[in-house]
Ligand binder design. Structure first.
Ligand code: HEM
Length: 382
């Protein structure tokens, strides 16, 4: 644990060790999920109407989380497999004859966006428009940091579009079997139902929580495979290694490096006394390299480290406990489908000459701004 100050950001007590992170993620009663701009008292006194899940802890958090879990139901993700794989092949085919591509914009942005749109049930004709919206949000994340402001809200047009999709499902519930219709029909165990504006807000949450993160995972994965000696050959020779390669990417280069919490009651963690209202920075990036968990090579990309998941600890890439990522399965599916399609369509895949890693500016995010590659095209079948 260490205390840190950075101009323009709240002072934080940074949680860096795996053991301390496990406690901080699990003990939501002591370490609350709320904006760093408020205090515990003000947060609890505010009757948040239509709150984002990022401002809630159990018990209020539980109903919203159930709604999102209904949207991202395991059965729906399994059922999406062939569709996401087809979308990944289509996206990859769009540049496969060129012998070159910029993977952030041409591959790692559209595939997760199409996957989320598919699971939500948004019509395929609209995917290019949704893609453009997601792309604009990615760019806005950078602009927001440079300008020192928060993310711009989704455009009115986009919200109207989602609202129309909600209204269609309210009118004809039997016509649809998708995440949006399940969200519209959702009734919590205590009878809670969600209004149109709450459903729209949670669709926005899924789009913003799921896109930039999965784009980052896919770029970080390719970057490590291409820069770690033998790694890309290992996964080409044994595609069964890809899930392990993805987990190792999430461990070494977690797309979200840090999540904040606020101390709800005076306590101590990692030998440091914490006062109420202090901001905790849960450093996923650091915990995922803690030598106490990962042995003597925590900074290396070991492509088969997760080949036997039972033999390694869990990484913090998707968080832990009450707020564990609801889209983890879909993110893994997008990354696996994307990398399979890319390996199928290319031989001699390599980084463009002269390219150097330039990280996206937001301090909490980790991925290269661009990822230009060269390759020998291989005709795709199917
Ligand atoms: C590689 C991709 C992804 C990464 C690295 C990631 C990471 C995370 C992490 C670390 C958390 C925990 C936040 C906390 O403890 O405060 C989280 C929560 C969440 N994620 Fe993801 N995520 C990814 C993809 C997705 C996708 C695809 C979706 C949905 C389409 C999604 C939706 C959410 C939501 C709604 C939460 C809040 C859960 C809660 O507070 O109960 N994520 N994610």
């Amino acid at each position: 644990m260490l205390r840190c100050h950075r101009d323009g950001l709240p002072d934080v007590a940074l949680v860096t060790r795996g053991d301390d992170l496990r406690r901080a993620f699990r003990e939501y009663q002591s370490f609350g999920n709320m904006s760093t701009k408020t205090t515990v008292e003000a947060h609890d006194a505010a009757l948040l109407t239509d709150p984002s899940i990022g401002d809630l802890d159990p018990p209020r958090h539980t109903q919203v989380r159930r709604l999102l879990l209904v949207a991202m139901a395991p059965k729906a993700i399994v059922q999406a497999e062939s569709h996401v794989a087809a979308a990944a092949r289509r996206v990859t085919a769009s540049f496969a004859d060129d012998g070159q591509a910029e993977l952030v914009s041409q591959w790692a942005t559209p595939i997760p966006s199409d996957a989320i749109a598919y699971v939500l049930g948004l019509p395929e004709n609209d995917w290019p428009m949704i893609n453009a919206f997601v792309h604009a949000q990615h760019s806005d994340a950078e602009a927001a940091v440079v300008a020192g402001r928060g993310l711009a809200p989704a455009s009115e047009d986009f919200l109207t579009y989602v609202g129309d999709q909600v209204a269609t499902r309210r009118r004809d519930p039997d016509e649809f079997d998708d995440a949006l219709s399940r969200m519209c029909a959702f009734v919590g165990t205590d009878g809670t139902v969600f209004s149109d504006s709450e459903v729209i807000r949670n669709v926005q949450t899924l789009l913003s929580a799921g896109n930039e993160t999965t784009t980052s995972l896919m770029c970080n994965l390719v970057w490590r495979l291409l820069t770690t000696p033998g790694a890309v050959d290992a996964v080409r020779d044994d595609r069964g290694l890809l899930p392990a390669a993805i987990e190792e990417s999430l461990r070494l280069d977690p797309p979200v490096q840090i999540f904040n919490r606020r101390v709800r009651a005076s306590t101590s963690l990692g030998g440091i006394e914490l006062a109420i209202d202090e901001v905790l920075g849960l450093s996923i990036g650091s915990g995922n390299r803690d030598p106490a968990m990962w042995g003597d090579d925590p900074d290396n990309y070991v492509v088969d480290r997760f080949a036997d998941p039972a033999a390694v600890p869990g990484h913090f890439g998707f968080g832990l406990g009450a707020h564990f990522c609801v889209g983890a399965s879909l993110a893994r599916l997008s990354a696996l489908s994307g990398i399979e399609a890319l390996l199928d369509a290319t031989a001699n895949l390599r980084l463009a000459d002269g390219w150097t890693y330039d990280k996206v500016p937001p301090h909490a995010l980790r991925r290269p701004r661009s990822l230009p590659v060269r390759f020998d095209p291989v005709p795709l079948s199917g």
